[in-house]
Ligand binder design. Sequence first.
Ligand SMILES: [Zn+2]
Length: 285
Amino acid sequence: MPELPEVETVRRGLAARVVGRRVDKVEVGRERTVRRTSAREVIDGLTGATFLEARRRGKYLLLPLDTGDTVMVHLRMTGQLLLAPLGAARPPHTHVAMTLDDPAEELWFVDPRTFGEVVVFDPDHVAVELPELARLGVDPLADVLTVPALRGLLAKRRTRMKPLLLDQHVIAGIGNIYADEILHAARIHPERVASTLGRPHVARLHEAMHRILEASVRAGGSTLGDNQYVDLMGGEGSYQDDHRVYGRAGLPCLTCGRGVVHRIVSAGRSTHYCSWCQRRRSPQT
Ligand SMILES: [Zn+2]
């Protein structure tokens, strides 16, 4: 599932290649993709509109239009946004196709499992039209999330760290892969209770969030074996080559060389951690 680095990579592609262009025509195949409103609302909301900007909040792509409306795209499990020459054969599961002007190209929303969404909404009514967006937590790379702010966020929470990092209402954009990689880099056990973290832990967590998410954005995100995440031009990311614990259960830890990567289920999600780097009572802390 695309997380912050993958969605940010798609956003950068949209900013470079789609912003400033007008939508001449819209086709909606699968109604499930536009379930929040309707095919008619998405077609009417987009046809003739020009993309002004490409923003991201957590895993949400937000594209303000010159009509005053905004397009929200969420890739969920298997969604892809792809830019292709006009007339190119559309891949299976292309649920929304927009024809862009000058040069004529198509922007496709492709989604085999159809959990993803395309919504055209009025940003003045976000609380009604997209309530989960209004309740979204802070972006982990936002300037406002300083070390003291992160400490304040964690101090009152009796939640374990893995589910806390996955809770989009607290911090928005981190999913299963990066939660494991960030906790490993910060040497924090995934089942550690958030409120018990001391200052050094929080400082390490803050540093690890920035270091790992930014490195992954530079690498174009992670494309796993299923090849379902690709960028706007269909290119794969390479950050999977830098994963230190995710998907490495049973193998030696690449960081310490002493521990073994364990796999447990935490809050229903497959979780990887190093038995040495992330032992519960670490002498370094
Ligand atoms: Zn280790």
